[in-house]
Design a protein around this ligand. Structure first.
Ligand code: PEP
Ligand code: MN
Length: 339
C-alpha cells in the first residue's frame, strides 16, 4: 500500500500517521520529497481500512498494490483448490461438473423424475430450491423442509449429491445435515452474518455473484467464509444487471480467467439465470466450458410452461442432455472432460 500526504503536512503529523500504521502490524517506510511525502507499507495490509486512512485530512492519496483478500488469493496458494462435494471433485484442470435440476422443488414426483433425467443426461449433481428468494412476496416461496426432504429422496434414488440455496442462518443445521453443496444466492452474497456463519460449517459453499457486484466484492465475500474457517468454496457467475433488456442479466464470462488469476477457487457458470431464456442457455454453456469454467449449473424442468418459477429459462431434459453432450465435446478440445 502506498500513501501520500498533502503538501505542507507538519512533521509531527507524518510521525503520527506512521505510528498509527505501525500499531496495525505493518512496517512503514517514509520517502520524503520536496513537496510531498510518500509512505510505503509492507506486511499484511488487509487489516488496514483504506477509507479510514483517507479520512485523515493530511492524507492526499491511498493506493493498494496488493488485493485486500488473503485466504482465497492465488498469490498465497498457487495450486487450484479442488472442492470435494460428497466425493465429486470440483476444480483443478481435469473434469468439469454439470449440475442440473429445477429452479424450485415442487413435489416428490417432480424431483425424483428430474433427478433421474439429469443423471441419465450425464449431470453429476441435482440442484433445486426449497427456500426461494422471490421478488414478490405473493409468488411461490418454496416448499421449505419438505422440499429438502424430496431432494434427499432423489439423492437416495439416484446417488446424485444435492445443491440447494440457504437464505438464513436459522436453517444452517438443516442444510449441514442434508445438503451436499450449500448455495448462497445472488441476493445474499453480501449477507455478512450468513457468510460468517457458513464459515463454521463442514459442507462446501457455492457462492453466487451478487446482482450488481464487482469481482472484488464477490471475492471479498468468499474471503469472509474462508476467514471464518471454511475454505471449501466454489464461485458461481450468474449474470449481472446492466442496461440490456433482451436478456435477464448480462453473463460476464470474463470473470473465468480473472477469478482464476486472482484466486485459487473453482468457478462455475449459471447460464440459466444469466440469460433468463432457454434459447440462449446452450450457447452460453458451451462458451463457458470453452473459457475454462469448472462447471455449469443449469435449470431443468420436464414441463417448463408449468414450472412454479423460472420456466422461461429452464431446459427440457432432452435439451439438457444435448447440452451436456456438446459440452463434453468442447471440454475435450481444451484437454478436459465432463465428470
Ligand atoms: C436460483 O439458483 O434459483 C437463484 C435464485 O439464483 P440467483 O441467486 O442466481 O438469482
Ligand atoms: Mn431460478
Amino acid at each position: 500500500m502506498i500513501i501520500s500526504t498533502k503538501r505542507g503536512t507538519p512533521v509531527e503529523e507524518l510521525y503520527k500517521i506512521i505510528r498509527d500504521l505501525e500499531s496495525k502490524g505493518v512496517s512503514v517506510t517514509l520517502i520524503r520529497g520536496t513537496d510531498y511525502n510518500v509512505f510505503g507499507l509492507v506486511g499484511d495490509t488487509t487489516v488496514i481500512d483504506e477509507k479510514q486512512v483517507r479520512a485523515n485530512p493530511y492524507v492526499e492519496n491511498v493506493q493498494r498494490v496488493s488485493e485486500p483478500y488473503k485466504k482465497v488469493n492465488r498469490l498465497f496458494h498457487n495450486e487450484d483448490s479442488i472442492v470435494d462435494v460428497s466425493g465429486i471433485p470440483v476444480g483443478g484442470s481435469q473434469k468439469i461438473v454439470i449440475i442440473g435440476g429445477p429452479c424450485s422443488i415442487e413435489s416428490e414426483v417432480q424431483t425424483v423424475e428430474i433427478a433421474e433425467k439429469v443423471k441419465a443426461a450425464g449431470g453429476c449433481m441435482l440442484r433445486g430450491g426449497a427456500y426461494k428468494p422471490r421478488t414478490s412476496p405473493y409468488a411461490f416461496q418454496g416448499l421449505g423442509s419438505e422440499g429438502i426432504k424430496y431432494m434427499v429422496e432423489a439423492r437416495e434414488k439416484t446417488g446424485l449429491p444435492i445443491v440447494s440455496e440457504i437464505m438464513s442462518e436459522d436453517k444452517i443445521a438443516e442444510f449441514e445435515e442434508f445438503v451436499d453443496l450449500i448455495q448462497v444466492g445472488a441476493r445474499n452474497m453480501q449477507n455478512f452474518s450468513l457468510l460468517k456463519a457458513l464459515g463454521k460449517v463442514k459442507k462446501p459453499i457455492l457462492l453466487k455473484r451478487g446482482l450488481a457486484n464487482t469481482i472484488e466484492e464477490w471475492i471479498m465475500s468468499a474471503e469472509y467464509i474462508a476467514a471464518s474457517g471454511n475454505e471449501n468454496i466454489i464461485l458461481c457467475e450468474r449474470g449481472i444487471r446492466t442496461f440490456e433488456k433482451y436478456t435477464r442479466n448480462t453473463l460476464d464470462l470474463s470473470v473465468i480467467p480473472i477469478v482464476k488469476e486472482k484466486t485459487h477457487l473453482p468457478i462455475i457458470i449459471d447460464p440459466s439465470h444469466a440469460t433468463g431464456n432457454y434459447k440462449y442457455v446452450e450457447s452460453m454453456s458451451l462458451a463457458a466450458v470453452a473459457a475454462g469454467a469448472d462447471g455449469l449449473i443449469i435449470e431443468v424442468h420436464s414441463c417448463p410452461e408449468k414450472a412454479f418459477s423460472d420456466g422461461a429459462q429452464s431446459l427440457v431434459p432432452e435439451k439438457f442432455a444435448e447440452t451436456v453432450r456438446k459440452s463434453r465435446e468442447i471440454a475435450k478440445v481444451i484437454g478436459r472432460d465432463i465428470y
